[in-house]
Write a protein that binds this ligand. Structure first.
Ligand code: AMP
Length: 395
């Protein structure tokens, strides 16, 4: 739990360092494709401006590998942000250094300086303390509103808080923790978790934790086939993580020992290729012939999962149940999105591709909470805290 919140700080006229997640998708021509992340930080930004703070903002963007990359400059972000807030956003030429220090010192009340991409400096990912100290220079308070980065112990998320008197959660982080906390600490029962996507490996710690919390775990997507293979089935060319087969088996055994139901698909939409032209059919048993891949859950599975979802009081969903980007393998994910939306349960979508799926299904407004952090929400569910949240204290 975040220990300090924005409203706990007396901000009037203070010099504030705000860490946000402006890691937006960019087109080839550096146009911003989707500015949801920028909009998500506006409540905190506007509040800080109302409090007449002298505001330094920072974010990472993509993976520049610790060096300057013009394609990953925050310039388009600074321009877009200027459309949303009233003072013009000044973009610093770097993350730290003499010029940046001068600009920081010159900030007046309600002025905004956006630092360049944090990951242009190798000190960010390394949580280098001298880099963190320089970020904190000429700063009174630190505010973290970058939920999507809170699972990373990077300099602008963790290290910097060592050098600031008070560090607090922004409104977005506070809201994320409030909703995810409901699933973690006091889930109304039945608690149904829906897990899909490509990889089991990303979700193993979450499943382990869910075995102590959830009533039913519904599995779909490619990760189902690692479980099926672990149970001795012949899954054709379906995507399997061979090195996770033993772990998958032990998760199934643990679930059984604890009386938690892990549901696997009862039927499968299979094909020889992941495109709309390849012939697809539904099968309900193994073995799959050698060339076939399981690419979506079938109608029987959809119905079964819909029935379980309809009875839930709490739902956590991460990962599509099939290759939802391709029309003929998207039905399972779309139907499950609709079922989650129709349920009166507290519903939480754990970031990533499932967010795209609920938007594609047109039901995003019927979900209780759509997390802005895929990796962060999964890690919060697995560990019940995050390094970036632990750091939000008073020194
Ligand atoms: P993740 O990032 O682990 O949530 O995985 C999301 C990706 O998993 C999406 O791009 C889906 O197309 C893909 N996916 C879902 N189901 C399958 C499947 N049965 N086979 C291959 N890929 C899948």
């Amino acid at each position: 739990m975040a220990k300090l919140r924005l409203k706990d700080l007396d901000l009037q006229g203070k010099r504030v360092f705000l860490r946000v997640d402006f890691n937006v998708p960019l087109e080839e021509e550096l146009e911003i494709r989707d500015d949801t992340r920028i909009k998500a930080a506006l409540p905190t930004l506007n509040y800080l401006l109302e409090q007449k703070t002298k505001l330094t903002i920072s974010s990472h963007l993509g993976r520049p590998g610790g060096q300057y990359d013009p394609k990953l400059s925050l310039k388009p972000v600074a321009e877009r942000l200027s459309d949303y807030i009233s003072p013009e956003v000044l973009l610093a030429p770097d993350v730290i250094g003499d010029q940046v220090t001068k600009l920081k010192k010159a900030l007046k009340e309600s002025q905004v300086l956006l630092l360049e991409n944090l990951r242009f400096n190798p000190g960010e990912k390394a949580n280098d303390l001298s880099f963190a100290q320089e970020l904190a220079q000429d700063i009174d308070y630190y505010v973290n509103d970058a939920f999507g980065a809170c699972h990373r112990a990077h300099a602008s998320v963790v290290g910097i808080t060592e050098y600031v008197e008070k560090s607090a959660a922004g409104f977005l982080v506070e809201k994320e923790v409030e909703y995810l906390g409901k699933a973690v600490h006091s889930p109304q029962k039945p608690y149904v978790a829906i897990l899909g996507g490509a990889k089991v490996s990303d979700k193993i710690p979450v499943i382990e934790n869910l075995l102590n919390k959830a009533d039913d775990i519904l599995i779909g997507g490619a990760m189902a086939y690692t479980f099926f293979k672990a149970m001795g089935n012949e899954v054709g060319r379906s995507r399997v993580e061979e090195d996770k087969i033993a772990l998958a088996l032990s998760l199934l055994e643990k679930a059984q020992a604890q009386g938690i139901k892990i549901y696997l698909p009862e039927d499968h939409v299979v094909s020889t290729a992941i495109d709309n032209e390849a012939e697809a059919k539904t099968v309900d048993s193994f073995p799959f012939s050698a060339g076939l891949m399981g690419l979506d859950i079938g109608a029987k599975t959809i119905q079964k999962y819909q029935e379980i979802i309809a009875k839930a009081q709490t739902i956590f969903w991460n990962g599509p149940l099939g290759v939802f980007e391709i029309e003929q393998f998207s039905l399972g994910t779309m139907k499950i999105a609709a079922a989650v939306a129709a349920s009166p349960a507290l519903s939480i979508i754990g970031g990533g591709d499932s967010v795209a799926a609920v938007y594609k299904a047109g039901v995003s407004d019927k979900i209780s909470h759509i997390s802005t952090g895929g990796g962060a929400s999964l890690e919060y569910l697995a560990k019940e805290t995050l390094p970036g949240l632990e750091a939000l204290t008073e020194k």
